[in-house]
Design a protein around this ligand. Sequence first.
Ligand SMILES: [Zn+2]
Ligand SMILES: [Zn+2]
Ligand SMILES: [Zn+2]
Length: 203
Amino acid sequence: MVEEPKRTIAYFCPECRQAVVVEKTVFSLAAGPGHIPCPCGKSALRTELLGDRVKLTVPCLFCGREHTVTCSTHAFLHEPALAFSCAASGLDCCYVGEEGPVFAAVRRLEEAVDKLEAAAGAEGTFLDDIIMHEILSELKDIAQRGGISCACGSREWRLQVNFSSVDLICAQCGSALRIPAATADDLEDLCCKSTLLIKGRRD
Ligand SMILES: [Zn+2]
Ligand SMILES: [Zn+2]
Ligand SMILES: [Zn+2]
């Protein structure tokens, strides 16, 4: 049996600030307009084949707007890796290609996003001041009840405040737990937890 050729498409959701990476068959991409939603349901990338061109409408994490980009249909379906960038920030906002190169590019961009996050947080700039304030006070409550620990057994940790998240970093082993602090949903998620276990950066 011949495996159906597939393409991997990635973008960063501006709402929940996560990478959205989806695999699509060439057949389904060629079949008609495509809709690639973030699991959070608040953003979606759209694809549209217009003969020998493809139009992509990409939600952008960096400037908060949507970018409309085009490329040749051949490149869209066959290039090992295509990158589209945000005109406002110069950073990549979308990748299309083979699984390996696209995942590698997403990881590099995640590192860049992490640095921007940490730098903005260190300056006291937050995506949403009220949500960040509430998240921090909720964390303080959980900490006061002794609810924060690490899988390595340590109960010592430090806090790093970022642009739209807070990292709890184990003082013993250096593992980190990222608490998103972007939306009201993030706050709600945290409020229903009585303990937090640090067990690695992205679990
Ligand atoms: Zn999302
Ligand atoms: Zn942009
Ligand atoms: Zn630890």
